[in-house]
Design a protein around this ligand. Structure first.
Ligand code: ZN
Length: 386
């Protein structure tokens, strides 16, 4: 025990290591198996983004997933007896319909070229269904996404100072990269600079020129690999043969508090997907998970069956009112295998819902608040039974 504590304390991220150790202990005690039994009827919805062809998974492991990591997860789920179903099937399941094995839906956000090139082929060879939520503005642009590319360049540079010269008056200058304010200022100005370009060649040229100012060569940036841009029209059409193409909005931003703008964005996205010769989308994914209470009404009026968030949790089948705010689990290379198993077994959700949530209510609202919330749950439970 002393050795274990010493190891935890001296080796960096203490809380993460403590969490990992506790999860291993919980699995050894059979709590994962018990949680899986209890939550067997719930559907697990997994979220991925792009694949990886270079070092971009080190830059952002939840935005770019290596094919090896993806294969490992699928191997584990298949060996553990999970059944892969489509989002359509998941949202058609009736309440109370028993499941003989836990079910999983795989989703991809955005529509990256590397999703189509690196991840979807792995699913196709195993005949696993999936859903890709397409953001149509970036898709139509067909060039590297400025925000992601610029942030990658700032992550990649080893320089302490950036001297930008000859790109544009608003961006040119000397920046101390150890200064948080100056670093943010450089990022904002660089993104604005790249967004003034209106063709793939111009955007790539602007990004490469900016990267050179930070000591990164064009070959290191490797825009030719298309790792920071979306799939082409042909790639999306090919992907649609094995993967449902659904809506992620036209612009990658949810207009909270503006339902009319949301409806317009949704229609534009839907029209662009239909223009590819694909079925009109029936499912939506909130960009960056942002949403509000008005979203459900707009989605319903526009024929949508479901919408996914970035909130972690399990999907309760048959609870159709909740389908416009479906929880998912965002997987990536930084997620330890034992954390993944904890989520997939339902153990993490049980801890959050049955232990952590009541504790936070108790801390914020006291015993009276906890009792009031518990009493308020009763009518909802009764409705659910009907
Ligand atoms: Zn997105």
């Amino acid at each position: 025990m002393v050795a274990l504590l010493h190891c935890l304390l001296v080796s960096g991220n203490f809380y993460m290591r403590l969490k990992i150790s506790l999860l291993f202990a919980a699995r050894s005690l059979g709590l994962f198996a018990l949680s899986r039994y209890v939550s067997n009827d719930h559907v697990r919805v997994l979220c991925y983004h792009g694949g990886c062809v270079g070092d971009e998974s080190q830059y952002n492991s939840k935005l770019f997933t290596s094919q090896a990591h993806f294969r490992e997860r699928l191997d584990w789920m298949q060996a553990a007896g999970f059944r892969f179903i489509s989002l359509d099937e998941a949202t058609d399941i009736d309440k109370g319909q028993p499941a003989d094995q836990p079910r999983v839906v795989i989703t991809f956000d955005d529509g990256w070229h590397t999703t189509a090139a690196c991840l979807l082929p792995v699913l196709a060879e195993r005949q696993i269904p999936s859903t890709l939520y397409l953001c149509t503005k970036h898709f139509l642009e067909g060039w590297p996404v400025p925000t992601v590319s610029v942030h990658y360049i700032l992550w990649k540079t080893r320089q302490d100072t950036a001297v930008v010269n000859g790109l544009c008056p608003d961006l040119d200058g000397k920046y101390d990269l150890s200064n948080v304010h100056e670093r943010k200022q450089l990022i904002t100005r660089a993104i604005a600079f790249v967004k003034t370009k209106h063709s793939r060649a111009e955007v790539c040229d602007a990004l490469e020129s900016f990267a050179l100012c930070l000591g990164i060569s064009p070959s290191q940036l490797d825009l030719a690999s298309r790792r920071f841009e979306y799939a082409s029209r042909e790639e999306i059409q090919t992907a649609s043969l094995t993967c449902a193409i659904e809506a992620h909005g036209h612009v990658h931003s949810y207009p909270a508090g503006a339902p009319d703008r949301f409806a317009e964005d949704l229609r534009r996205c839907s029209d662009e997907i239909a223009a590819l010769g694909l079925p009109r989308p029936r499912h939506y994914c909130y960009p960056s998970g942002a949403h509000d209470e008005a979203a459900a009404r707009v989605l319903h009026q526009n024929g949508m069956k479901s919408a996914t968030t970035c909130a972690t949790g399990l999907m309760e089948v048959g609870e159709r009112d909740s389908y416009y705010y479906l929880p998912r689990f965002l997987d990536g290379g930084s997620v330890h295998q034992i954390e993944f198993e904890a989520e997939m077994s339902g153990f993490s959700e049980l801890v959050r819902a049955r232990l952590l949530h009541p504790l936070s209510v108790l801390r914020e609202e006291g015993l009276v608040g906890l009792a009031r919330r518990w009493l308020q749950r009763q009518p909802r439970a009764a409705d659910a039974v009907q």
